[in-house]
Design a binder for this molecule. Structure first.
Ligand SMILES: Cc1cc2nc3c(=O)[nH]c(=O)nc-3n(C[C@H](O)[C@H](O)[C@H](O)COP(=O)(O)O)c2cc1C
Length: 258
């Protein structure tokens, strides 16, 4: 007997939350109600992970000074590093945030206080010993990522969605240079500091997400070569993507009227 189709209402509800979630790079300092962070992390607890190793750990940062120190490290090390890396590219191909370096409102938000004023910042950590110990091939051959980073990404997705479901907004802050952040947070050497997730109430109205159409990359039965991008097409795609995402990034930092 064929399995019963899932209730449409569950799907609609989930899709609605997924589509309404958007990266918000300007959060209000307003406090989050008691218990919300625990509810968000309860959702992350149920994430999938290789061999169910559950490699994640979280540091919930509420202390204003620690948040400030983290943000200062972010500007000094992370943003500086990425800024100079992005200088190697044609202007229109640079990461959207680094095409907005002449926009005062965006720069103020990116460099002055940024996410340090969010009421909570969750540092996502991973313990590779727990993950790699469970699957001998977890540092998957011929792939750049590992079961560790895959598991952490799954948990993070649920953090972002749970926050949205509670009326909050989030940003995914990649940490490219982890050591300064680990020192501030006292993270042991063997533990990976993966990303930071500031959480709070949105201070800007996010724009609708930019996504490719499904039929551009869904293949049926075999890889459809008509959908394979040549190297030139990849570059064209990046130009067209940037055109669409730069305004969205701008809005997420500064809003329309700021
Ligand atoms: C692996 C990964 C790294 C990301 N790094 C950052 C980041 O460092 N800073 C940031 O503001 N957003 C970051 N993002 C968020 C993306 O920019 C964002 O998800 C994408 O532009 C789509 O926009 P949306 O989240 O508003 O739908 C990251 C997302 C992922 C999955």
């Amino acid at each position: 007997m064929a399995a019963a189709a899932p209730a449409l209402t569950d799907y609609d509800l989930l899709l609605d939350i997924v589509k309404r979630r958007a990266s918000v790079r300007r959060l209000k300092a307003d406090p989050i109600p008691d218990g919300y962070i625990e509810r968000i992390l309860e959702m992350a607890r149920w994430a999938m992970s290789g061999a169910n190793s559950q490699p994640w750990e979280f540091i919930v940062v509420n202390d204003a000074q620690v948040k400030k120190d983290l943000f200062q490290a972010y500007v000094e090390y992370n943003q500086d590093f990425i800024y100079w890396m992005e200088q190697q590219r044609e202007f229109e191909l640079r990461h959207p945030s680094y095409q907005l370096t002449h926009d005062e409102a965006v720069q103020r938000q990116r460099l002055d206080q940024g996410w340090s004023q969010a009421p909570a910042v969750i540092a996502v950590l991973g313990d590779g010993r727990r993950q790699w110990g469970t699957v001998m091939g977890a540092m998957t051959y011929d792939r750049n990522q590992t079961h560790l980073t895959d598991g952490l990404a799954n948990a993070e997705t649920l953090v972002h969605l749970a926050a949205k479901a509670l009326g909050l907004s989030t940003q995914h802050v990649t940490i490219h240079v982890p050591d300064p952040f680990k020192r501030i947070l006292g993270v042991p050497d063997l533990i990976r500091l993966h990303d930071l997730i500031p959480i709070g109430y949105a201070d800007v109205e996010p724009m609708t997400g930019v996504r490719r159409e499904l039929d551009e990359y869904v293949h049926h039965d075999r890889y459809e070569m008509s959908k394979y991008m040549t190297n030139e097409q990849v570059i064209e795609y990046l130009y067209s993507l940037r055109k669409k995402t730069v305004p969205k990034y701008r809005q997420s930092y500064a809003g329309k009227d700021k």
